[in-house]
Design a protein around this ligand. Structure first.
Ligand SMILES: C[S@@+](CC[C@H](N)C(=O)[O-])C[C@H]1O[C@@H](n2cnc3c(N)ncnc32)[C@H](O)[C@@H]1O
Length: 417
């Protein structure tokens, strides 16, 4: 039965179908619809597009909202396409939220989410957001949004075969191959073999053509260390260590950070949440030996790799600590001229942002993989008298709702660029 009108007395259960007009895209890969007498119950609808009329099946019922999957499209958006992956959609692999959307439409939806987060969580008004001219750029060489993912983690099911998880579920979907994975990852036969006693299988493909298979935390095929190239340098890292997942991302993000910060010879730079030293390496030569670059990385394996990767640049120092501890313990001595921060999804948080606002820096570049976390930190920067001056966004994760932003903060009143 499909419910078209409802009054508050009708009790909904999972599996009920609702006919809905779909509204704006929201953070998290779904769109917002309302159901029932005004103002209506909020329904977060996956596999839909703004403006569509859909039949949606309820998947979760919560006190203030419902979750649902669009299972039939009554009136379709011009941005709708046939998903290139047969494993996407309701009741299938949960990895890609936007397979049913043309790439330009995916990027418009991501730009809309960034703007909405900056307004709702970041506290910016409509004029401030408009002035940023937010748009999401494709990465160079990305033609169809497929075959880009150079790190893939599969989960091993009770059958001992690896697959990908369903959305918000522990159920494992036994796929043939992942369409967004790099071709060399699609070619390796890890999905055909049983993996008894193993929880997860990760496969990493490096920009230099190496391939490593990692069962739980142990490399079982390929090199223990991978070699990557970016911004004119070579990087060695453990096969399971963090590296930008899209093959064009490291280059695009380092170029954006360097362009926004415009480092000068003699600058003191902090590269926080520095991983294997990607951003430090990209700007250290410009800063030169009259300057100083400090990388702060919490993971000892990342810090050791960063120190080795940047050993030819003696004015670069690597501190193995959390950013919070490094700021507290004065591992970051004196004032900085420039700060780069690339925190995990949770963002830097208010304490770190407040400390950075007092660092004396003339500019801060913030690389963010979650626009909501970035927006919360935008608000804290503003409270400290810093403004979000420029924002670039990159489609580092096509077919998914994820997006990478690079934001430039300067003390309020500082001249642009
Ligand atoms: C998004 S990655 C960025 C790495 C690096 N900037 C790059 O692009 O390759 C975030 C990094 O922050 C590190 N990290 C997480 N929490 C941290 C903390 N509180 N302090 C310092 N580093 C942290 C992680 O180990 C990871 O290497």
């Amino acid at each position: 039965m499909t419910l078209q009108q409802i009054d508050d007395q009708i009790e909904l259960v999972e599996g009920d179908r609702l006919e809905l007009t779909v509204g704006a895209v929201a953070h998290g890969g779904h769109c917002v619809a309302r159901f029932g007498p005004a103002p209506g119950r909020v329904v977060f609808v996956r596999h839909a597009l703004p403006g569509e009329r859909v039949i949606a099946e309820i998947t979760e019922i919560h006190r203030g909202y419902l979750r649902a999957d669009a299972i039939e499209i009554v009136v379709s958006s011009a941005d709708r396409v046939a998903p290139p992956c047969p494993w996407s959609g309701p009741d299938a692999c949960g990895g890609c939220d936007f397979q049913h959307v043309a790439l330009p439409g995916q990027r418009s939806m991501k730009a809309a989410v960034i703007k909405e987060q900056l307004t709702r969580l970041g506290g910016l008004d409509a004029d401030q957001v408009d002035a940023l001219g937010v748009r999401v750029d494709a990465l160079p060489g990305d033609i169809d949004g497929l075959g880009w993912r150079t790190r893939v983690r599969y989960t091993v099911a009770a059958s001992d075969h690896a697959g990908l998880r369903k959305h918000r579920s522990n159920e494992i979907v036994p796929i043939d191959h992942c369409r967004i994975a790099h071709p060399s990852i699609q070619a390796v036969d890890v999905l055909k073999r049983p993996w008894p006693g193993v929880d997860s299988i990760s496969v990493a493909a490096s920009s230099t053509g190496e391939l490593a298979v990692i069962a739980d935390h142990h490399v079982v095929e390929g090199p223990e260390r991978l070699t990557e190239t970016a911004s004119g340098r070579t990087w060695q890292l453990a096969a399971g260590a963090f590296w930008q997942v899209h093959p064009a991302a490291a280059e695009a993000l380092t170029a954006a950070v360097a362009a926004l910060l415009a480092p000068r010879p003699g600058d003191v730079v902090w590269d926080l949440y520095g991983g294997t030293g990607l951003f430090a390496g990209a700007i250290a030569e410009t800063v030169g030996e009259t300057g100083a670059v400090t990388v702060v990385e919490a993971d000892p394996r990342g810090a050791v790799a960063a120190a080795a990767n940047l050993a030819d640049l003696p004015w670069v120092k690597v501190v193995n600590a959390t950013v919070e501890a490094a700021l507290r313990q004065r591992a970051l001595r004196g004032a900085a001229d420039l700060v780069i921060l690339d925190p995990p999804r949770a963002g830097a948080g208010a304490r770190v942002v407040r400390a950075l606002a007092g660092s004396g820096a003339r500019a801060i570049a913030y690389v963010a993989c979650d626009p909501a976390a970035l927006a919360r930190d935008v608000r804290t920067f503003a409270e400290q008298g810093w403004e979000l001056q420029l924002l670039r966004a990159f489609d580092c994760f096509p077919m998914t709702h994820h997006v990478e932003c690079v934001a430039l903060f300067t003390p309020a009143g500082a001249p642009a660029g």
